[in-house]
Design a protein around this ligand. Structure first.
Ligand code: 5GP
Length: 175
C-alpha cells in the first residue's frame, strides 16, 4: 500500500452534521412515502448508510456499481460493475453519490435511471468539485463544494485504500 501524506480536511463532526441536515431536508421532501435509495458503489457506501438512517421515509435499498476513476483523474469512461437488482419504474428514486468531479459518472447514472422511468429522481452528492465539471450536472443536494484536489476517506479511496477513514482528508503533494 502507498502511504500518502493526508491532511484532515472535513472532520467527522462536520460530515455528520451535514448528513443530518440533508436527511432532514429529504424527510420533508418525501413526506414518509416509499423511496428507493440507490447507493453508488463503492465510494458512497459510508455516506449512504449514514444518510438513509437520517431519512424518515419507507426506504428500500439498491446498489449500483460503477467504476470510472483510475489514479488521480477521471478516465471519462463509466463501466457498470453491478446493475440494480430491481426495476425502479413508477417509484421515487434517491441517487446517492460520493463526489461529483467531471460530472460524467453522475450524468451517466442519471440518464440510466431516467430511462427506467422512475416517478421522480432526486440526486445527492456529499462532495462536488465545481471547477472540475466537464459536463452540465445539476445535483439537487450537495454536502460540500470543494476545490479541485484529490481527497480520500469516508468511503473515498486511493487504490482501494483509505475508505475507512471517518473523516475526509486532502492528499498532499499528489502526482
Ligand atoms: P466523475 O465522473 O464526476 O469525474 O467522477 C466521479 C467519481 O470519481 C467518483 O464517484 C469517485 O469515485 C471518483 N473521484 C472523483 N474525485 C475524487 C477524489 O478527489 N478522490 C477520490 N478518492 N475519488 C474521486
Amino acid at each position: 500500500m502507498t502511504h500518502l501524506d493526508i491532511k484532515p480536511y472535513i472532520s467527522e463532526e462536520k460530515i455528520q452534521k451535514k448528513v443530518a441536515e440533508i436527511g432532514a431536508t429529504l424527510s420533508k421532501k418525501f413526506k414518509g412515502e416509499p423511496v428507493v435509495a440507490i447507493c453508488v458503489l463503492k465510494g458512497s457506501f459510508m455516506f449512504y448508510s449514514d444518510l438513509i438512517r437520517e431519512i424518515n421515509a419507507d426506504i428500500t435499498c439498491e446498489f449500483f456499481g460503477v467504476s470510472s476513476y483510475h489514479g488521480s483523474s477521471s478516465s471519462g469512461e463509466v463501466k457498470v460493475t453491478l446493475d440494480l437488482a430491481n426495476p425502479v419504474e413508477g417509484k421515487h428514486v434517491l441517487l446517492v453519490e460520493d463526489i461529483v468531479d467531471t460530472g460524467l459518472t453522475m450524468n451517466y447514472l442519471m440518464n440510466s435511471i431516467q430511462s427506467r422511468k422512475p416517478k421522480s429522481l432526486t440526486t445527492v452528492a456529499l462532495l462536488e468539485k465545481p471547477e472540475a465539471l466537464k459536463v452540465p450536472c445539476k445535483i439537487d443536494h450537495v454536502g460540500f463544494q470543494i476545490s479541485n484536489e484529490f481527497v480520500v476517506g469516508y468511503g473515498l479511496d486511493y487504490q482501494g485504500y483509505y475508505r475507512n477513514l471517518p473523516y475526509i482528508g486532502q492528499v498532499q503533494n499528489f502526482q
